[in-house]
Write a protein that binds this ligand. Structure first.
Ligand code: ADP
Length: 624
């Protein structure tokens, strides 16, 4: 490394700066993980070199023995991680080490509380990475050169982990990246070979390339590998400890927390491949970003091909992490080819099944499953609409809040609902609303309460959409309690009474209809209500309220449809209404009834001020 040229100082991107600070402060008590992260990045860089060299062997230059080296200088208190991988150009160093390109990052950072303990958990959602170097170093020097370019195109990147970094062009003979950390006073333990050896051993046994350190002993010379250097997934399950599985997960995911479950399988037959899938503990912060990195790390015959091969898992399993190593794909496979290859479809079906089996096994442990559901339930629901083949399997994994029990927690399965069904009950009932209280206290549930029939309370934005795709479970249809005619296994006598009620109050119902015919399709006597005077019912095939709101919010055209107004003819207010001879007052009262029904359904009123004025007028009359 000689004369430095073209020196420039650049500021970190705001998000990068914030993340850097967060990393330093929240992972302070877990300092050693910087080694895992840097060795992991170095091994990725070596994987990438090997991949690019498949089509351009010159990239190996004259240094074909791929490895990562960790060197220590006890006097200077530095630790160096050196790889002969792909390296970075000047532009890449600036972009990769100075900015964070994941969308949603600034929202993620805003969601942090400032409480270090809580935030250090959340950092797991983001993934730890290169910046973890600053947990232990007060200066980081990165010397790097991209494979295949002249020695004079090397780059020196330097930062003290504050607001800015400098980059300059240098001569660098060896390709790859050399990262020198000048250790902080309280991190001198990492300038101790014995200590570092044990950490590296722990973090890198599963890494497929040698991680080397200087040989030990007084006149020992040169380097020796201190890890096993065999790809973890190629080993037999019985030879791999839980700890190794966990470390490997952290290596591929950059997650800070342990995985919840994993599934490791080798398949032989028409196709030959090995897969290792993991279920993370926590949802990544960008699970709902379109460009979230998802999919598996793809290897072909042990050679790394690409990250985030999303063709191997459906979208609704985008939180699953892992690797797949195929013997059937070609080494020069591209994303485009993956999309058309029938072998990939077969593997994808198998990966889907394995993932669902893994989740299903987890569901036997109620507490663990609740945690899983809270994190990933909403995404799993998408599968009901997305994956017709596995719909029944997914349905068994769903959890709901219901009127059985008194909490908003989604913890009841459809199977347990079916077990509690009444003898004469022939459907699984649900209601969709904005939130738990609106759902639970909806007038629509009154008759269900009276008859002791359980109702699923659906309050997630996508619930109405997904449940529309789940037409039945265990042979029982799912039915929206706010839609169409209700048949709760009524006795003949019940039915007759309802018909009579409609008949007796025919005139009243007609009179009401003449007032609100612009807003409603029909007015009829209800079988749903016990305590409330009126409610709105959606047509069997019309779009429900939640879906309507969702589409309106997305700026889409919503088809015209009017609800039916159902009246509780037994209610005191309705009896009073029947006696009202003043047509104006009758009209006012009917409008109040209609608006009340809208409010109870969680709708917003077109003209709330008029509703309030009408109500006040009635209250004054009452008090006079
Ligand atoms: P992540 O690895 O999650 O992308 P990092 O912050 O760890 O995030 O690293 C950012 C990027 O910097 C990497 O994606 C990679 O492109 C580049 N990088 C880091 N370390 C190295 C290395 N040793 N050799 C080449 N590139 C590297």
């Amino acid at each position: 490394m000689t004369a430095e040229t073209a020196n420039e100082t650049l500021g970190f991107q705001t998000e990068a700066k914030q993340l850097l600070q967060l990393m330093i402060h929240s992972l302070y008590s877990n300092k050693e993980i910087f080694l895992r992260e840097l060795v992991s990045n170095a091994s990725d860089a070596v994987d990438k070199l090997r991949f690019e060299a498949l089509s351009n062997a010159e990239l190996f230059e004259d240094d074909p023995d791929l490895r990562v080296r960790v060197e220590i200088d006890t006097d200077k208190k530095t630790i160096t991680i050196d790889d002969n991988g792909i390296g970075m150009s000047r532009e890449e160093a600036i972009a990769n080490l100075g900015t964070i390109a994941r969308s949603g990052t600034s929202e993620f950072l805003k969601s942090l509380s400032g409480d270090q303990k809580k935030d250090s958990q959340l950092i797991g959602q983001f993934g730890v990475g290169f910046y973890s170097a600053f947990i232990v170093a007060d200066q980081v020097d990165v010397y790097t050169r991209r494979a295949g370019v002249a020695a004079s195109e090397g780059v020196h990147w330097q930062s003290k982990g504050e607001a800015d970094f400098t980059v300059s062009t240098i001569d660098k003979d060896a390709r790859g990246t050399r990262i020198v950390l000048t250790l902080k006073d309280d991190a001198h333990e990492f300038a101790d070979a014995f200590r570092v050896r044990s950490v590296i051993k722990k973090y890198s046994d599963h890494i497929a390339i040698p991680v080397e350190m200087a040989k030990q002993g007084d006149d020992a010379e040169g380097f020796e590998a201190i890890n096993e250097a065999s790809a973890l997934w190629t080993r037999s399950r019985k030879d791999i400890s839980d700890e190794e599985y966990t470390e490997f997960y952290k290596h591929i995911s950059h997650d800070f927390e342990d995985p919840v479950r994993w599934s490791h399988n080798h398949v032989e037959g028409k196709l030959e491949y090995t897969s290792l899938l993991y279920l993370p503990k926590r949802a990544p912060f960008d699970m709902y970003q379109r460009d979230m990195n998802r999919g598996l790390k793809l290897y072909v015959q042990r050679t790394f091909i690409m990250d985030d091969a999303e063709q191997f898992l459906p979208l609704y399993l985008r939180f699953i992490k892992g690797v797949i190593d195929s013997n059937d794909l070609s080494l020069n496979v591209s994303r485009e080819i993956l999309q058309q290859d029938p072998a990939v479809d077969t593997m994808r079906a198998a990966m889907t099944k394995r993932s669902l089996d893994m989740i299903s096994k987890l569901s036997k442990d109620e507490e663990a499953y609740q945690q899983f559901w809270d994190q990933f339930g909403a995404v799993l629901k998408e599968g009901v609409a997305e994956d017709f083949t596995n719909k029944d399997k997914i349905a068994k994994l769903l959890r709901f809040a219901t009127t059985h029990g008194d909490s908003a927690t989604e913890n009841q399965s459809l199977s347990s609902y079916v077990e509690r069904m009444k003898d004469d009950q022939n459907a699984i009932y649900y209601i969709c609303a904005d939130n738990y209280n609106t759902a639970k206290n909806s007038p629509h549930l009154e008759v269900f309460k009276r008859k002791g029939i359980e109702v699923l309370l659906l309050t997630n934005r996508i619930d109405e959409w997904f449940v529309g795709h789940l037409t039945e479970f265990d042979g029982k249809p799912l039915k929206d309690v706010t839609r169409g005619e209700l048949d709760l296994g009524d006795t003949e006598a019940d039915k007759k009474a309802a018909e009579e009620a409609s008949e007796t109050h025919k005139d009243l119902l007609e009179r009401i209809k003449s007032v609100v015919s612009d807003s409603v399709e029909d007015v009829r006597a209800t079988t749903r209500l016990v305590e409330s005077p009126a409610c709105l019912v959606t047509g069997e095939f019309d779009m429900g309220l939640q879906m309507r709101k969702l589409m309106e919010a997305a700026g889409q055209a919503v088809p015209e449809s009017k609800p039916t107004l159902e009246i509780n003819v037994e209610h005191a207010l309705v009896t009073r209404l029947d006696k009202e001879s003043d047509e104006d007052r009758f009209g006012e009262l009917v409008h109040v009834l209609l608006d009340q029904a809208r409010l109870a359904a969680g709708e917003s009123l077109d003209d709330p001020a008029t509703f309030v004025a009408r109500l006040n007028k009635l209250l004054i009359e009452l008090s006079n």
